[in-house]
Design a protein around this ligand. Sequence first.
Ligand code: XMP
Length: 511
Amino acid sequence: PVLVIDFGAQYAQLIARRVRELGHYSEIVPHHADAAEVATREPLALILSGGPASVYEPGAPALNPKIFELGVPVFGICYGFQLMAATLGGSVANTGGAEFGATPLRAAGSSRLFAGLPEEQTVWMSHRDTVSAAPPGFQVAAATPNTRIAAFENPERRMAGVQFHPEVRHTEYGQAILRRFLQDIAGLKPDWTPSNIVSELVTAIREQIGDGYAICGLSGGVDSAVAAALVQRAIGDRLTCVFVDHGLLRAGEAEQVEQDFVAATGVRLHVVDAADRFLAALSGVVDPEEKRRIIGREFIRVFEAAAQDIAASAPVEFLVQGTLYPDVVESGGGANAATIKSHHNVGGLPPDLRFRLVEPLRTLFKDEVRAVGAELGLPESLVWRQPFPGPGLAVRIIGEVTRDRLSVLRRADAVVREELTAAGLDRAIWQCPVVLLADVRSVGVQGDGRTYGHPVVLRPVTSEDAMTADWARIPHDVLAHISTRLTNEIPEINRVVLDITSKPPATIEWE
Ligand code: XMP
């Protein structure tokens, strides 16, 4: 792999993603990994990430100098660039030349790193310290008005570095610069393609499961579907999928799993219709955390019973999970942030089931999961499904969850999804929860009559990773159309409101 050495900024994952977008498999390692550890992973190249520290400050993260002697190509970004300078015999100083944001850069005409790119370009900067002398053997490759050494390179040693952030979109030629390094200076060939990913993962799954049996919980979402489809391709009918229909899905979603997914994969599916059971358990409950706890608990019970049924006829030893790479990186990352909501994945791991885990997606980012899903022939609607919370519509009904309220919300949600799709906005927005304020009523007038109905809230957001979000600027005519349809077609709804809060301070979902 291309190893991204993480110096503690939030950029390491972004760098790893960009490298993969260029067709090179990448992984993230913490900066305290020693040279031997790095060497055993047989890296094709190293990328040193940015970080918040100052290289000479006591306790600043350093890199074992032996890492530079492995003969592996190295690319430094921001802090990583300064660290290369400091470690390889150049120097770094606080010259007062801080730069933040979009900055004009001039590349040296002779540079290998910038060859074929415009000499003048805009890059994204965020630094106080600067490299004051390049290491011996390195040539300065670019400068900005405030930074004499904004990039350097040593193509013979297959090393280079930049002060700016090529991984962010604000850097005009960021991807091109990364490609120049990886494919020209380091000489790597791009081979990380969806079809190669599928064949590698299928081989690995076969190795792990051997001639054993596995089960997989389907949630209706893309991760569990792609994980199941991969395992199905690897072991065929020795995989059984379990779909617990908790009755809290949106219109058409259960059918999507029961029909479209099965048609596309030929997977053996065990459906449990548990809607009544979930509704009964949720009766009278209004507290959001209580709802989440109940749904989680019921899900595990139903799943466990189904697993036992299946295990009665086959020696099931493996449980397939749709864990993604960001979860793997983050759970290795130490202290966790405060729990804002008790997220859980319906289709997730019942804690007391003794299965061995199969996690075929644990090296993949979300966009790669979608690409793999498409490669496996899964339906578009599933592959491009927007995020949807495991507890489903229950956390979008503010108040008690009842069958009637679910029906109102399901119809409203279907209208909104239809209109956003018709307006071509599906990929422009991250998701658009539709929330029913079931305990709020307001007066309206329709025809000649007074109405006393409920508001629904539209919560369209844009986001990169759901950690932060902004409200999406949906064109007014699209909003107008949605509002008209909702109030015309759903008698219980007489008001439509738009949520214009970012996250933070609000969360994406209302509960
Ligand atoms: P919040 O509301 O915390 O949501 O800003 C962030 C993202 O997570 C989704 N979400 C969930 N996903 N299980 C899930 O798998 C859950 O319990 C859950 N709750 C929220 C939400 O839709 C958004 O994309």
